[in-house]
Design a protein around this ligand. Structure first.
Ligand SMILES: Nc1ncnc2c1ncn2[C@@H]1O[C@H](COP(=O)(O)OP(=O)(O)O)[C@@H](O)[C@H]1O
Ligand SMILES: N[C@@H](CCOP(=O)(O)O)C(=O)O
Length: 290
């Protein structure tokens, strides 16, 4: 039997809006079971996620190859829905991997990236879900491209609030236009953040990852805990806090030995969501025979 494994992802990393993404070790898995007259996908993700060919996983698979033979699929996901950890991208990438497993045709990594980006609308989550690690992605000449890089050695602590925030809702508060000077500054901060990440300059990362000008200022009202966690991070010497994807999850780069005091302080400020330590997934989406 084939098993497909796809990591969660944390996008933007502050000023890398719609471009930077990091694969993390929470997983969506698919088990490919017997052939069926119609597609059937078993899961316990709740009533809003369908069990037939309308499911995002199956729709994505059929986008790559519309002639796939229907199967029974068992899906398990550790990635919470609509929390800013790339659940929809993981579902899309899982569908593309499913098509790769079941189809007689061959698909290149570039084809997978192109179809996944088209389905998700931006490449920052699908690229790390596909390839693992830190990815720097863009769409140029209408083609998505991505560069895989290594992430500095630093702990990752996610705060996952106990409410959902759909990406489309969180994108609806963004402005249609930015003033020229604001855009220039936001671009230069993003460029310098990438340089700081690639040169392991954690002090500069800590400063720049909190200097986004593209999305966090507009989303702050939807995620009031971002400011609280950022300020607590400064007190305990964290290496930066950013809104993971479209939120509401907030990610803090912080040494593991500082996590307990950070969490204690956050609880004292009334934050009741889940704290979870994450690690970078280096492998990205994979399929294996079990
Ligand atoms: N495993 C899955 N199977 C099918 N659909 C999924 C799955 N995971 C997520 N989705 C769809 O994606 C939506 C969440 O997407 P989105 O708002 O972009 O949040 P996220 O930040 O988690 O990607 C869910 O409401 C659901 O419709
Ligand atoms: N760049 C996107 C990222 C959305 O990530 P998700 O994990 O919330 O789906 C955005 O910020 O809108």
């Amino acid at each position: 039997m084939q098993k497909i494994i796809v990591p969660a992802s944390s996008a933007n990393l502050g000023p890398g809006f719609d471009s930077l993404g990091l694969a993390v070790d929470r997983y969506l898995t698919l088990e490919v079971l017997e052939k069926m007259p119609n597609w059937q996908i078993e899961h316990d993700l709740g009533p809003e996620v369908s069990h037939d060919e309308t499911n995002l996983v199956i729709k994505s698979a059929l986008t790559l190859d519309k002639d796939l033979t229907p199967h029974r699929i068992k899906m398990n996901s550790e990635i919470p829905l609509a929390r800013g950890l790339g659940s929809s991208s993981a579902a899309i990438v899982a569908g593309l991997k499913l098509a790769q497993v079941l189809s007689a045709k061959q698909f290149s990594d570039q084809e997978l990236l192109e179809v996944a980006t088209k389905l998700e609308g931006h490449p920052d989550n699908v690229a790390p879900a596909l390839f693992g690690g830190l990815t720097i992605s863009l769409i140029v000449n209408e083609r998505p491209q991505t560069i895989k890089a290594t992430f500095p050695e630093i702990g990752l602590l996610a705060y996952i609030p106990d409410f959902e925030l759909e990406t489309k809702v969180s994108r609806s508060v963004l402005p249609e236009r930015l003033e020229y000077a604001t855009a220039v500054r936001a671009g230069s901060v993003g460029n310098a953040l990438v340089a700081a990440l690639l040169t392991d300059d954690l002090e500069l990362v800590a400063e720049l990852i909190e200097q986004d000008g593209y999305h966090e200022p507009y989303r702050e009202k939807l995620v009031p805990h971002l400011k609280i966690l950022r300020e607590l991070g400064h007190k305990v010497g964290a290496k930066g806090t950013y809104l993971s994807g479209a939120g509401p999850t907030v990610m803090t780069l912080i040494a593991p030995e500082k996590m307990a005091s950070f969490i204690k302080a956050a609880r004292e400020h009334g934050l009741t969501g889940e704290f979870t330590q994450l690690a970078v997934d280096q492998k990205g989406a994979r399929s294996e025979e079990i």
